[in-house]
Design a protein around this ligand. Structure first.
Ligand SMILES: Nc1nc(=O)c2c([nH]1)NC[C@@H]1CN(c3ccc(C(=O)N[C@@H](CCC(=O)O)C(=O)O)cc3)C=[N+]21
Length: 299
């Protein structure tokens, strides 16, 4: 490959070390940040992910609380759990793992989380604060992407950024963060007329569409920085049987040949998402107790 690899795993370790530092600084005030993760149902991939979040939370010196509800849980049961966590002084961050089973209205659940504990940054209050340039809890994946971009490019001011994907979880908050850093931002999506030509203009490409290997090297402007948010599990015929492998939304080899720098999958944005979740939890705890918010944990 000609492009440089952006090592999200290595950078996430640095972010987690900063979180651990901040957490130990809070101990003298008697504050131990706590993160509660709620998992509804038994999706094996979600269980793996929840377990690794819990492990990283404890490693950073914080408390981890895991709550499981059966796949058949009602909306009322989940809302009651959220209310209980909102009221629990040991819990500073609440994450309800998405997607939720179809009998549950995700927007109602997200809207029930205390915005001050909404470490996913999905509550409309946090989305609105971000959009209006105020202090908010910022969604972890776009925050992780921004930190990687700043680390690799320095000042992003004036850069042409194209975000592919318009979800509330990644695309929209990513666009807000890039705007705040003075990029010229285009939000493209599956209906964009000439997606390849739109992406080819970009100095910065954020691929967050959830389509395996959709972005190919011929879409990428030579020297562009490519951030691949996709985490797609696809069959791996090379290994046979039911084996699978993880791929991003970018065709790695062809993009890497053209890009100035690119994140791999795995080992790129994914580990940054978890590191930023821990950072948000420490920030939420500091704010809840009126402590100084460590500047190196916010964007
Ligand atoms: N309320 C909510 N908030 C979330 O942030 C959220 C969610 N729900 N639902 C599920 C998705 C998924 N997600 C991942 C984060 C990190 C990795 C990660 O670290 N992945 C590793 C590889 C993992 C592997 O090997 O399977 C990597 O990319 O290197 C993966 C997936 C957060 N999510």
């Amino acid at each position: 490959m000609s492009g440089k690899l952006i090592d999200g795993k290595a950078f996430s370790e640095r972010v987690r070390a900063r979180v651990a530092d901040a957490v130990s600084g809070m101990a003298s005030a008697g504050v131990v940040p706590g993160l509660a993760v709620v998992l509804v149902g038994e999706d094996p991939a979600s269980q793996v992910y929840v377990r690794s979040k819990g492990k990283r939370t404890v490693e950073a010196g914080m408390r981890s609380f895991e709550h499981r509800l059966p796949a058949t849980a009602s909306q009322a049961e989940l809302l009651a759990m959220v209310e209980q966590l909102n009221a629990d002084p040991q819990v500073h961050g609440i994450l309800v793992q998405l997607p939720l089973p179809s009998q549950i209205d995700s927007a109602a659940v997200i809207g029930a989380i205390d915005p001050a504990k909404d470490v996913d940054g999905f509550h409309p209050v946090n989305a609105g604060l971000l959009a209006t340039g105020q202090d908010a809890l910022v969604p972890c994946t776009p925050l992780g992407c921004l930190l990687l971009l700043r680390d690799h490019l320095g000042d992003l001011s004036g850069a042409d950024a194209v975000v592919i994907g318009r979800s509330n979880i990644v695309g929209k908050p990513m666009a807000q963060l890039l705007l705040r850093d003075s990029c010229t931002v285009t939000v493209a999506h599956s209906r964009t007329r000439d997606l390849a030509a739109t992406v080819r203009r970009a100095d910065i490409v954020i691929a967050a569409v959830g389509r395996p290997e959709m972005v190919t090297g011929d879409w990428v402007r030579p020297g562009a920085t490519v951030i691949d948010v996709g985490i797609n599990r696809v069959p791996n015929p090379a290994k046979g049987g039911d084996s699978t492998r993880l791929v991003g939304d970018c065709d790695f080899d062809s993009c890497a040949a053209v890009a100035g720098a690119i994140t791999p999958v795995p080992g790129g944005v994914g580990p940054m998402t978890i590191a930023c979740l821990l950072a948000n939890t420490a920030v939420a705890a500091a704010r809840a107790h009126g402590l100084d918010v460590p500047e190196d944990l916010t964007a």
